[in-house]
Design a protein. Structure first.
Length: 511
């Protein structure tokens, strides 16, 4: 365990995707994880028979192949199945009223017709018409083809004919999504709705979200016969599949292994030192799945150029989260209870205003294995809109912290009461998470959702760094935030490490 070829710091989806692919390539790879549970923000934890997801709760493109979802592509490469249950509807509690909406092209038009009338429907249809070719362009170059060296000429070159056909659209995809909708969408409700979708995708509204990310979503969510996926067992099932792919090919996962420092010799990253003073050496590379800010803390002073450190330190941050994890008695609840609900309190404040958007996930309505019989597990959270500053410096065991948790959790309780009015009397397990919780268990700088890099004003960096042997993956690297994006980043980092001929063989194998 003291020598390996590649060390991956952190077992988030990006890190595990990278490590599982490297193991598939035949590389000796070791993942070191600070927590006692693998998965990073996607890990599942259990209390009193209830299984709680710590992060993502909305999934698509996982239940069929071939899929444009890079995470599904990783699972296909490593030969791991992912049993899912499908659904197409979620509930909305918005200032305009309460309604159910579906993925797919037509049902949302019915909602628009009722709420906004013919003009709004015509605008939405026009947007779909514009997004159709953009969606095709967004998937013309699969992330599996990308690598960060000259070998990209060969791997990307396989897709050159398709890219040349899509060249004009590809340029549009590199800008802000608001550049696409300006002049097309004037209806205020649709613009608010698109801001909301963008915020859920990237942590930023439409004017900060890269158009490619939204085009990918449109291509997936609004195709004929589309269904959303819920992996049986929750996000932990995804983690377990990636860990199996890692270990069955000889890779190793070490839990409770907190990295204190990346070891640097002769201007090259050569391993890591753990908190227990153990050193693990890596002959090929060290890959950090930590955030940009947390990765910098691991590098010895002077090992990276000053300009690079200063640039990375200035990376803008998305805000953090509040979480409410509940295990409840489900006796007498309606049978048509949905898996997801979105609550927006006030459009005028903006979708990223603190405590303005609340998401509710009740996955046990589809997967009964997550809760005891006649019970439900619920995850309520404010997604990337909780300021860290109001929590900074508080002691976790103090009365002040306890009172602030109670105060800041109230908006989540009130949102959930719109779905289940007597929710407070049904609770058997009640856990409140804060930005401090997010930072503590996920090792996230300020508990942040990730970099708040605004499309058109900045770019997510690639996998490589100025320090030889040090690569990065995860939501601080291209393509950014979200399960598909971090899986793609892991693929790119892994592909950059292996010889180009192995990479080309992989592309042939997965078609």
């Amino acid at each position: 365990m003291n020598n390996t070829e590649v060390i991956v710091i952190g077992s988030g989806i990006g890190g595990l995707s990278c490590a599982a692919l490297l193991a598939h390539y035949g590389i000796d790879v070791t993942v070191v994880e600070s927590h006692s549970i693998a998965g990073g923000a996607a890990h599942v934890f259990e209390r009193n028979g209830y299984k709680f997801e710590s992060g993502p709760s909305l999934y698509s493109g996982l239940s069929y192949t071939p899929s444009p979802n890079p995470l599904r592509q990783v699972l296909d490469v490593i030969g791991e199945d992912l049993p899912c249950v499908n659904y197409d509807t979620w509930g909305c509690y918005l200032p305009e009223g309460n309604f159910d909406t579906q993925v797919g092209a037509d049902q949302f038009c019915q909602v628009l017709q009722k709420l906004r009338g013919d003009k709004a429907v015509a605008e939405w249809r026009k947007l779909q018409e514009i997004m159709t070719p953009l969606g095709k362009s967004a998937i013309a170059l699969p992330p599996a083809a990308l690598r960060y060296d000259l070998g990209a000429v060969l791997t990307v070159g396989k897709f050159a004919p398709a890219l040349l056909q899509q060249a004009a659209n590809v340029i549009k995809l590199t800008g802000s999504f608001s550049n696409i909708i300006d002049g097309v969408i004037t209806d205020p409700f649709i613009r608010n709705w698109l801001d909301l979708l963008c915020f859920l995708l990237s942590g930023l509204p439409a004017n900060g979200t890269i158009a490619a990310e939204v085009a990918f979503m449109f291509a997936d969510w609004y195709r004929p016969g589309v269904q959303l996926d819920y992996p049986i067992g929750g996000s932990g099932t995804i983690v377990n599949a990636l860990v199996r792919g890692l270990t069955k090919n000889g890779g190793k996962l070490i839990l409770n292994a907190h990295v204190e420092q990346v070891l640097v010799e002769n201007n090259r990253a050569v391993g890591v030192r753990l908190r227990n003073s153990q050193e693990i050496k890596a002959s090929k590379a060290v890959v950090s799945n930590a955030s940009v800010w947390d990765t910098l803390k691991l590098i010895p002073p002077g090992a990276l150029p000053k300009w690079y450190v200063e640039k990375q330190q200035k990376t803008p941050e998305c805000d953090s989260f509040m979480h409410l994890h509940l295990g409840i008695d489900a006796t007498g609840l309606p049978e048509n209870l949905g898996i997801h609900y979105i609550v927006v309190n006030d459009w005028e404040k903006g979708v990223n205003a603190p405590q303005n958007v609340v998401l509710i996930s009740i996955p046990s309505v589809l997967d009964s294995s997550l809760a005891p019989p006649v019970k439900h597990v619920i995850h309520v959270y404010t997604p990337g809109n909780e300021p860290y500053q109001i929590w900074q410096g508080l002691e976790r065991n103090s009365e002040e912290y306890k009172l602030l948790k109670q105060e800041r959790a109230e908006v989540m309780w009130q949102a959930l009461e719109r779905i289940i009015p007597d929710i407070r009397s049904r609770c058997e397990v009640s856990l409140v998470g804060t930005p401090l919780t997010h930072g503590r268990f996920l090792r996230r700088h300020h508990g942040s959702y990730g970099p708040g890099i605004v499309a058109g004003k900045g770019l997510f960096p690639g996998a490589t760094t100025p320090l030889s042997g040090l690569l990065c993956c995860g939501d601080s690297t291209f393509p950014g935030i979200g399960l598909p994006a971090v899986a793609a980043s892991g693929m790119m980092a892994a592909n950059t490490i292996v010889p180009v001929q192995q990479h080309l063989q992989l592309l042939n194998d997965i078609g």
